[in-house]
Design a protein. Structure first.
Length: 166
């Protein structure tokens, strides 16, 4: 009986050690990757609707790394915060919610600051693509419910230095 146990123990032990090390690696690397990422600038972005002007403190995602990370891995986005994706060109774009735990409203913005499309209450963690439907210069992401709260609709304006004046 003792010999049989001794033969199985090294296999179980090696498996347990490998599983433990893999878990430690995952736990250590994911937060480290997020900490090592470059911080985004924060700038004011004003959204004008029929209900008034609403100012958001927006993180500016204007590098490939910042655009790729977006609002991923966050569990909370305050209602006065946003992320402005600056694509550096005008083109049709598609977004998704991979690794994004908070439902968002996505505001697709033309080069002149006109709201081209609003995708409300996007599904967290979804890999379904959300298309702009037309060429746009930027996307503003805000916490879900914001578009309804401020009365946002296509044709409204977003004010920020990256948009040409009408």
């Amino acid at each position: 009986m003792r010999a049989r146990f001794a033969r199985r123990w090294p296999v179980v032990s090696r498996f347990a050690i490998a599983a433990f090390l893999a878990l430690v690696l995952v736990v250590l690397l994911i937060p480290a990757a997020n900490r090592a990422a470059e911080p985004a600038r924060i700038e004011p972005v004003v959204v004008e609707t029929a209900q008034g002007r609403f100012t958001f403190s927006a993180e500016i995602a204007d590098t490939p790394e910042l655009r790729q990370r977006g609002l991923m891995f966050r569990h909370n986005v305050p209602k006065e915060r946003a992320m402005l994706f600056d694509w550096g060109r005008v083109a049709p774009v598609s977004m998704w919610m991979r690794n994004t735990y908070v439902s968002l409203d996505m505001i697709f913005i033309a080069a002149d600051g006109r709201v081209a499309k609003v995708a409300e209450a996007t599904e967290p963690l979804s890999e379904v693509t959300i298309s702009s439907g037309e060429p746009v210069a930027a996307v503003l992401e805000v916490v879900a419910g914001t578009a309804e709260r401020i009365g946002l609709k296509p044709g409204d304006r977003v004010l920020h230095p990256m948009f040409a004046s009408p």
